[in-house]
Design a protein around this ligand. Sequence first.
Ligand code: FAQ
Length: 320
Amino acid sequence: MIKNLNESEQQLTSFQNYLDKENKIEAKDWMPDAYRKTLIRQISQHAHSEIVGMLPEGNWITRAPSLRRKAILLAKVQDEAGHGLYLYSACETLGVERDFLINELHNGKSKYSSIFNYPTLSWADIGVIGWLVDGAAIVNQVSLQRTSYGPYSRAMIRICKEESFHQRQGYEIMIALSKGTSSQKQMAQDALNRWWWPSLMMFGPSDKESLHSSQNMTWKIKRHSNDELRQKFVDMSVPQAEFLGLTIPDPNLKWNEERNHYDFGDIDWTEFNEIIKGNGPCNKERLNTRVKAYEEGKWVRDAALAYANKKSKLKEKVIN
Ligand code: FAQ
């Protein structure tokens, strides 16, 4: 941890003791600068992921195969917008402005999840995103429900409820496709082949490569390590794939009696590192879309602000 000279040993020790008793830190509580900074980093990246994460699925709203599927997908994508908004609000409680956070996304300084830089090529991708991407997000976020920062923890509790519905809707698409015609089953298998490894990358670098894990576990921001959560996700997904009659694209996937877990093959970390550097298949397209949407939405923000100012002036008049 980088020590701020204005923070005394006593303050840091009592902060840690408070956390060790499983207390939550609230917005107005004292916290070390580095704790605040790492939370702003993680919560804002999480918020950006929800917002950028609307794009791959949004791409299929007009092409969903039935009215029912369209209504469900629309509701799901709207939920992701809501998650982004709760998370930006949680982040603002740490004393940072939303405009600043959004600017950091747009100028490429702040990351968002690697997973949203892959294209959605077929309807089966929407099934796989719900099943695996929301599934991975739930594994990570259930753990974050116990994170030490109160506003983040409470946002996670609400978000997880909605993510469970998302995961089920994705899995239901996969059931329909895998019980369908042979070309539908093939489409489902192709989507699984393309999304399996990127889903494992969502949990971040391996524990030995992870920069922030050790400090953030001590501060109880993170409650489980990247590798622990990734393993949990693999163990959970294998029987689900078997039920669908689909094959996970990993020849090294094998149940290990001793460990009581599945062993799995090596992740392509070069691909992961390229994606988080901005060189994935859709990085540029995703950011350009967000920047354009933000610019085109300026008149809405201006109008909302003008209306709010007008209302507060009217209120002042009535009070006086
Ligand atoms: N992608 O030291 P660590 C969703 C970065 S929500 C990009 O291990 P940490 C819902 C990391 O930021 C998905 N970058 O970092 C949905 C750091 O870089 P920095 C998002 C990644 O923070 C579903 C560096 O690598 N969920 O999907 C990734 O301890 C469907 C070193 O890594 C969250 O954000 C990655 N996958 O652990 C929406 C959950 N992994 O910042 C729409 C909250 C790592 O130093 C449709 N976040 N990096 O420049 C977390 O739990 C943690 O931040 C981790 C990373 C676990 C992601």
